[in-house]
Ligand binder design. Sequence first.
Ligand SMILES: O=C1O[C@H](COP(=O)(O)O)[C@@H](O)[C@H](O)[C@H]1O
Length: 257
Amino acid sequence: MSVPNVVVHRNADILAKAVAARIITRLVDVQSAKGSASIVLTGGTVGIATLAAIAATPARDAVDWRRLDVWWGDERFVPAGDKERNETGAREALLDHVDLDPERVHVMRGPDSGMTAEESADSYAAELRKAARPEDHGPVPSFDVMLLGMGPDSHVASLFPGMPALYDTRPVVAVHGSPKPPPTRISLTLPAIQVAREVWVVAAGEEKSGAVRLALSDSGPVQVPAAGARGRGRTLFLLDRAAAGKIPPGLGRMASP
Ligand SMILES: O=C1O[C@H](COP(=O)(O)O)[C@@H](O)[C@H](O)[C@H]1O
């Protein structure tokens, strides 16, 4: 697993635009190297603002959207189209505005599918397994880039401090009793997160600063889930100045002072 690098931007708006530019560059680089690329999306404020920033820039046309697999790190277990779904936010911000191959948009199903949360998690795990190649050496594809928002409690995806999902070795689980509504969710687990080639944790706001500090310390991921958000090849913490306010001096690289 990689050691995190920290990049700090002046405010949340610049952060979203800078992450959008990074994503475009990453996807173009991967597509030019191997044909297609994969991204794991997050919900949350910076995650969705980043997707809107991609939609707003003409550089988005540099990506071949039809050769992109889109996955989610977590989903709220509510019906398709519900405003609470991470999928709904992502579609409104970006996915409905680019020419994606619908077969490559891998949503986590909600209760309207007729599945229980457990069945939905199992079906997502099966979809991941189907997409994995021998070179992935396991049941989850080596995602090219995974975006993860982070809560003030240090949760990433729908992995909340102390909850059973953090001990689970399956790639996808149902989460019940989430401290943040809605209570039922589907989430990748840490073993699935940690197969990503690159994991980018995005966070803005002073209320996240304590969690950022802990996530960059040697805290254990059961207490501080974001401390387990590490990519195989690269881990980035992409922050605004407020979220970076409590990290030890010298750790954060100020990109836009
Ligand atoms: O519930 C969730 O929250 C986190 C972070 O959200 P934010 O609004 O505090 O940025 C998000 O990353 C996760 O995907 C989502 O389901």
